[in-house]
Design a protein around this ligand. Structure first.
Ligand SMILES: [Zn+2]
Length: 216
């Protein structure tokens, strides 16, 4: 990302079960079945690209295609179960303060910035995912299409869709219940050349929360 501060360039920091993801960076972690994953839009207007793989078998991953087919809708909302490519539920949405999520568009990548914006070396969600998933042996080509939480891509009556400034306000959050042990990765999308993140990528906080009654 152009113009990032020295602090942002240092990458994500983790304290206990809370991860601070600087704008334009990514993180990966394991979430066990029953745990909650909370994603906080710290400053507002920030998209959280989200992918996941089954912890015990990397050929099973969270699938936007299969989720759309299961819910018969082009976006997700509270109560939805997000499905894997094996048609098994991986997450359930428990809370969604923003109420706008995109499950249609691709993540940003090197080629997007080079072809459409003539910018070389721009950070991207795809390189974020590739970097943080590499320790789990997941290669760049294996990264599936993302769930773009908080992304404002309104679907118009003629079936075209837009790309507008997100409506998320500071502190807005989305909470998922994990239904299957998973390797999870989140990217605070670095896109600063269109309205996707309000032209200003900003941090996310991720919290992995044990279910009530369990001693941390
Ligand atoms: Zn992105």
């Amino acid at each position: 990302m152009r113009g990032e501060s020295a602090a942002e360039a240092s990458g994500p920091t983790q304290e206990g079960r809370e991860i601070l993801v600087p704008g334009g960076h990514g993180t990966a972690f394991v979430a066990l079945a029953g745990q909650l994953v909370e994603i906080v839009d710290v400053e507002g207007q920030q998209v959280a690209d989200f992918v996941a793989f089954a912890e015990r078998n990397r050929t099973e991953w969270l699938s936007t295609t299969h989720t759309r087919s299961a819910i018969l809708r082009l976006t997700v909302q509270v109560g939805d179960r997000l499905e894997s490519n094996w048609r098994r539920p991986m997450f359930e949405i428990l809370r969604d303060d923003v109420g706008r999520n995109d499950i249609i568009t691709s993540m940003c990548d090197d080629r997007r910035y080079l072809l459409d914006y003539k910018v070389e070396g721009h950070r991207s969600c795809r390189t974020n995912f590739a970097e943080v998933l590499e320790p789990w042996g997941i290669a760049e080509w294996q990264i599936p299409d993302p769930f773009n939480f908080f992304q404002n891509a309104p679907i118009h009556p003629d079936r075209t869709f837009g790309n507008e400034i997100p409506t998320g306000r500071p502190g807005d959050r989305l909470v998922l219940r994990t239904l299957m042990d998973a390797i999870v990765s989140v990217s605070a999308c670095p896109q600063d050349l269109n309205p996707c993140n309000g032209f200003h990528p900003s941090p996310l906080v991720i919290r992995i929360i044990d279910p009530p009654g369990e001693i941390p």
